[in-house]
Write a protein that binds this ligand. Structure first.
Ligand SMILES: [Zn+2]
Length: 109
């Protein structure tokens, strides 16, 4: 009987140890995922701070201009123009006259 008790005690310790290891492993994975998410958010912020309103071609500042109710970003150096998502569709949805006005202002006639 004593031998059997010792055996079941060993079994209990083994099971308990396995559970502890699994709990520690799950906690470590959770911390790792949180760290990765934090790093990704920091990298996204860093890149935005670095590139926000900078020309994708020459790196100079972009300046927002409102043309016929649509705002575009124009480079202060090379005069390249950037449209935000949906802005081109906005222009195509305008009436012909308004659209012509937009393009005239765009090319600064
Ligand atoms: Zn530029």
């Amino acid at each position: 009987m004593v031998e059997r008790d010792a055996k079941s005690e060993d079994e209990w310790f083994r099971r308990n140890e396995k559970e502890l290891l699994e709990t520690a492993r799950a906690a470590r994975l959770k911390r790792e995922q949180e760290r990765l998410a934090r790093e990704k958010a920091e990298e996204t912020k860093r890149l935005k701070d670095l590139h926000f309103m900078k020309c994708p071609k020459c790196g100079h500042d972009m300046k927002e201009e409102n043309l016929e109710k649509v705002s575009v970003d124009r480079c202060t150096h090379c005069e390249g123009i950037f449209f935000d998502a949906g802005e081109l569709e906005q222009i195509f949805a305008q009436k012909d006259e308004q659209r012509r006005g937009f393009f005239r202002k765009l090319v600064k006639i």
